[in-house]
Design a protein around this ligand. Sequence first.
Ligand code: NAD
Ligand code: UDP
Ligand code: UDP
Length: 312
Amino acid sequence: MKKILVTGGAGFLGSHLCDRLVERGEDVLCVDNFFTGSKRNVAHLLSRSNFELMRHDVTFPLYVEVDRIFNLACPASPIHYQHDPVQTTKTSVHGAINMLGLAKRLRARILQASTSEVYGDPEVHPQPEAYWGRVNPIGVRSCYDEGKRCAETLFFDYFRQHRLEIKVMRIFNTYGPRMNVGDGRVVSNFIVQALQGHDLTIYGDGQQTRSFCYVDDLVDGMLRLMDSRPEFSGPVNIGNPCEFTMLELAERVLRLTGSRSRLIYKSLPLDDPRQRQPDISLAENELGWKPEVGLEDGLKETISYFRMALSG
Ligand code: NAD
Ligand code: UDP
Ligand code: UDP
């Protein structure tokens, strides 16, 4: 049994990760400041003897004793990370420094939840890990994109300078149960709008693409990466390569919910990437990982979750 720290553990991805670790019998310490996460997401784990919840902001030092660290703390939805952009950069950068300092003192293995946003609005398609990206350093998304890029830099410098065992995971758009009703990302927005009979908000012409990964697949990839051979640091893309336009996504959500909502068009947010699709050959070869859940099945699960969340 290992002692495992999950920062951002009360968030969408973090809470699913805590579930899997607790099931595996690990001793889990979940740390969160509840900015976008909530105690509700982990309430069912509180009675488990191998789970502990701690309110803490990772921009401040943290002195605990653990064997492994999953660093997920950071708001992921554009509306939330742009709400207090300075805090977003601090969370990525100071948070990474503190968690790397902790890992260094303990000689603990540490995994960083990085993002496909490090590729920005990409000219290379699909995106392999070797692509350096096209990111605006001074735009409204930069607090998140550049914060995450700087965190990757810190991870690789601690690796080179202090010989830390690091794992850098570039996560592509992931969805599933426990996304916040007000999260603001596209899958939860469309489902909530469809179930409430509101118009579905298409930003821009809806021809921009994303590739959506179901949360169970994502967490499986994350666990495999953490357990990979010590010399493998990544970065590695984890995502589902099936690519859809936002219009296709909206049509699917309407069909699967049976909703009579209509589409309305709103202006495209600044610096919104036109296309995104992971090249997952590295994950396949190195981790033996590929996603198993298609969009249709994943959406059905997510829709049932939101039906319940909205009725309660
Ligand atoms: P989320 O917003 O649901 O979870 C983030 C969690 O971090 C929340 O519980 C929040 O309260 C917590 N947090 C934020 N700032 C903190 C701080 N300073 N100290 C402590 N806790 C803090 O988002 P998510 O989708 O679960 O994302 C988890 C991680 O995965 C993030 O690092 C995100 O950047 C990354 N990621 C997610 C996706 C995705 O599609 N879900 C894609 C790329 C990267
Ligand atoms: N740190 C932490 N927990 C620890 C050890 C370090 O939060 O158990 C923080 C500490 O506040 C420091 C940061 O991690 O600012 C980086 O630590 P490191 O040892 O790499 O750098 P230094 O302390 O030399 O600045
Ligand atoms: N989007 C949309 N309607 C919404 C929310 C988002 O059309 O209600 C679009 C958004 O402009 C982007 C895509 O959906 O092109 C994915 O947005 P999201 O915020 O989910 O993630 P990200 O842009 O970070 O990939």
